[in-house]
Design a binder for this molecule. Sequence first.
Ligand SMILES: Cc1cc2nc3c(=O)[nH]c(=O)nc-3n(C[C@H](O)[C@H](O)[C@H](O)COP(=O)(O)OP(=O)(O)OC[C@H]3O[C@@H](n4cnc5c(N)ncnc54)[C@H](O)[C@@H]3O)c2cc1C
Length: 403
Amino acid sequence: MKFERKYFGNIVSHDGSLSLLDKFISDKLLHYKSKRNFDLGSYKKNYVSALSPAISRRILTERKIIARVSNQFSYGQVEKYIDEICWRTYWKGWLEHRPKVWYDYLSDLSSLDDKKNNSNYVNAVTGKTGLECFDDWVKDLLEFGYLHNHTRMWFASIWIFYFKLPWQLGAEFFYQNLIDADPASNTLSWRWVAGLQTMGKKYITYQENIDRFTGSRYKFPEQFKLQDNLIDEYVFYEPSYKDRESIVSSSSKKGYIVIEEDLSFENVRKNHPVLIQSESYNTFNQSNNVKLLSDEALKQAIDYCKNNISSKVTTFNWQNPSTIEKWILENSINEIEIIAPTIGKYEKLIPSTFNQLDAKIFYYYHDWDISFWEHADKGFFKLKKKIKNIVSPYWTTPLFGTS
Ligand SMILES: Cc1cc2nc3c(=O)[nH]c(=O)nc-3n(C[C@H](O)[C@H](O)[C@H](O)COP(=O)(O)OP(=O)(O)OC[C@H]3O[C@@H](n4cnc5c(N)ncnc54)[C@H](O)[C@@H]3O)c2cc1C
């Protein structure tokens, strides 16, 4: 899916992503349900929002999206869109219930290095397979860092059931190149396609389906057929979940730390010292596109904070965490608040860094996450029945008890 450059200028900032949201609401949202599955090749022609790079960094929060949408539409008119917004929250919660899924994936990856010499793999990641649609998607992924949701499904299905490559390597390729890369949505979606997320259910695509939803843009070889080969055995992961709540203190000597995974500033009180990450932390070899976008989002966040929240802004990077100690001392901070780390690059880094510091640490959770995550231990469709209830406090008009 192709983008004009100005999209990338907007998606990284609070104001820019809100203007993209407003444009999506006015031009496309009403047709989202009927047209969201079509990938006609460009941001302009498609009916999805492409807001995921802002949502996954929380430049744009679910709270803001719901407020904007509910000002203009009834719940019934936009239910499908709300459901999709909640998928992301659900996947994150599902993985929080089962961190082992992430660590098993990382351990599988470390044993698959030799498979990267396989010519199917090399051709796939360089877009030289000869399968026109697939090569086109690889080109888009490498150039823009984004693929339409349906295309991600076809891509993963072809990767696994046509090229017979390990799903873990596909998930890694996506994670390294998607500008909305998210450990939960990405890993669990790949597992879902491979049939490991829901027992007995694999996602095996076919030419007519791709033709129908791409406007028959691609040529296929005569014998284009995916085969239901055996992937890894389905493993049941027992959910175990600890209750989470934000314990927010009101100390006047409190400082806030803001990292690339949450640029919402929703919890940050005005005029307190704020320490903001200045460049992305690239532990999983993410592409230059992803790094540039994250760096720009951080730069925009620093400006946003200075202009709207606090002038007491300092920056740091994870290569040099001693800055954190210096900041604590210079600002006489005795309590720090930071977003609660979720599974991924910060889950272990944040506690291990802060355990060594001489300040009390508080983790902030968004109410939105907490209210969904407790229901994310089972399948999405169980949670789906509760969505309207959970979303109701965020809706601008009462969703229940009115005629
Ligand atoms: C194999 C595979 C890998 C994926 N990897 C990622 C990833 O790394 N990061 C990521 O954010 N999403 C991932 N997704 C989910 C989905 O494809 C993207 O969230 C969506 O395409 C983002 O585009 P959009 O903002 O235009 O979505 P829209 O259709 O406009 O939806 C609005 C928002 O709802 C959420 N959403 C929509 N569909 C899904 C979905 N199926 N699962 C979870 N959340 C959803 C996103 O936050 C999205 O921004 C993956 C899906 C597949 C099949």
